[in-house]
Design a protein around this ligand. Structure first.
Ligand code: SF4
Length: 458
């Protein structure tokens, strides 16, 4: 029970929208607030003030953000807005003039300052305690680790550089310190995120930093080497196939980091890639993929694509399908192109009609599903170590090295009712479908397992 004379604790309601990078921003804000003695309210009604971290990536996300702000205003009345859509305050203020303050993305200090202004903190030693790893919005056993902000590319369909600015990398010692705290707090899987992981450190000339008595440079390969010593799953997202990525494949082959690469290819036709202003060449990439798989046969490749980009002809779309057949990617996501306010692609000629976009989307997803089903079928009979995400009376849902949370498939464990979230389990794959694997327990769980390097495939 709190002491009777203690003042009422200031309470913040929080809504976090958008991508994992925005989620990391939310976690940072929440960590600061908890450290300053604020309470986080489960409902808008019980809060003294609501913070909405918005997304402004595509028009649907803008609409969702504006609706969320409206709901918070209706149910609470005092709202501070931050995040990507905050970079365009006029969009917010014209619809919701009553919001207390609008700040843009990565404006941690500004958001906290606005909260202080409208709901001052109450310093209290009981409340100033915050776990050293911070407050996280993901389940306890995995966490996102953001290594940089912004992007130096200028893809014609994207406004992230305008919203989030140019590449700004966190120093490697700071990133590794955070990863170490996460691992010490029981996190079993770290998901490394940024807009362009391969470019990590280029903006700060790959600055040196020291961690655990070793010197590392702020760059992708050093980050992979150092994180690989933590003994937990390390998964890399948003990697561009620049030549130095080859060095990281060697670490994947040794299971220092997960043999998993999330590469947003977006298309394969050279003409479309040129219009998209993407820096990759599809043919070179196919050769690289072949070489990577030779070096690391278990490598899982995930990617996202855009179909129906302005000017995309049937022949260009067919080239994409053929490329997909060649590349045999394990995991594929697809978006129908939609204009984003402020993006260069909006002014391009020959926008693809929605019904053609829809038809191409369906054909693309059917092709990708066939590939996925075939590749998963090859896993039947294998023994895998998996990480349990949830369990109930019907069984457990886990993920293998090949499955990132939220975006990839899962491993459904029959009879895994005694398992707990965050536990390792050794399983034998018994069946597969289009996106998921089905398994039974093989020799019980592995509560003390130290991580992926213990993994062996039969
Ligand atoms: S790489 Fe292209 S799509 Fe990705 S954030 Fe940068 S500009 Fe946008």
């Amino acid at each position: 029970m709190p002491p009777a004379n203690r003042r009422r604790v200031p309470r913040i309601g929080f809504a976090s929208l958008g991508c994992p990078k925005a989620l990391v921003d939310s976690e940072r804000i929440l960590t600061t607030l908890r450290a300053e003695g604020y309470e986080i309210s489960a409902t808008y009604e019980q809060a003294d003030l609501v913070v909405v971290n918005t997304c402004g990536f595509i028009d649907a996300a803008v609409d969702e953000s504006l609706e969320t702000i409206g709901e918070a205003l209706q149910r609470n009345g005092r709202v501070i807005v931050t995040g990507c859509l905050g970079a365009r305050p006029e969009r917010i203020l014209e619809r919701h003039p009553r919001v207390l303050k609008v700040t843009g993305p990565q404006t941690h200090a500004e958001v906290i300052g606005a909260i202080h202004e409208h709901l001052p903190p109450q310093h209290d030693p009981f409340l100033d305690l915050v776990p050293p790893q911070g407050v996280r919005l993901t389940p306890r056993h995995y966490a996102y680790l953001k290594i940089s902000e912004g992007c130096n590319n200028s893809c014609s369909f994207c406004i992230i550089p305008a919203l989030r600015g140019r590449l700004s990398s966190r120093r490697i010692d700071e990133v590794l310190g955070e990863a170490e705290r996460l691992a010490a707090a029981g996190v079993k899987e770290i998901l490394v995120i940024s807009q362009d992981t391969s470019a990590y450190g280029a903006d700060i000339r790959y600055a040196f930093g020291s961690w655990r008595d070793n010197q590392y440079r702020t760059r992708f390969i050093d980050l992979a080497r150092a994180l690989g010593t933590l003994g937990i799953w390390i998964r890399f997202h948003y990697v561009y196939p620049y030549p130095h990525v080859d060095e990281v494949i060697a670490l994947m082959a040794e299971r220092r980091v997960l043999p998993y690469l999330d590469i947003p290819f977006q298309h394969a036709s050279p003409a479309v890639l040129k219009r998209m202003r993407r820096p990759a060449h599809a043919q070179d990439v196919l050769a690289r993929i072949r070489a990577w798989r030779q070096q690391c046969p278990d490598l899982t490749l995930r990617s996202t694509f855009i179909v129906g980009f302005p000017g995309e002809t049937e022949a260009e779309f067919e080239a994409l399908l053929e490329w997909l057949d060649e590349a045999q990617l394990d995991r594929v996501g697809c978006f129908k192109y939609s204009p984003v306010e402020g993006a260069a692609a909006n002014d391009m000629a020959d926008h693809v009609p929605p019904e053609v976009q829809e038809e191409r989307y369906t054909r693309f997803m059917e092709r990708a599903a066939r590939i996925s089903a075939r590749r998963l079928q090859r896993r039947i009979g294998q023994r895998l170590r998996v990480l349990v995400d949830s369990a109930d009376e019907h069984g457990a849902v886990a993920r293998s090295e090949a499955d990132a949370p939220e975006i990839d498939g899962v491993v459904r464990i029959q009879g895994g009712t005694g398992l707990r979230a965050g536990e390792w389990a050794d399983v034998e794959i018994t069946a597969s479908d289009v996106y998921d694997l089905h398994a039974r327990l093989a020799g019980g769980t592995a509560r003390e397992a130290s991580g992926h390097r213990a993994t062996k495939r039969a």
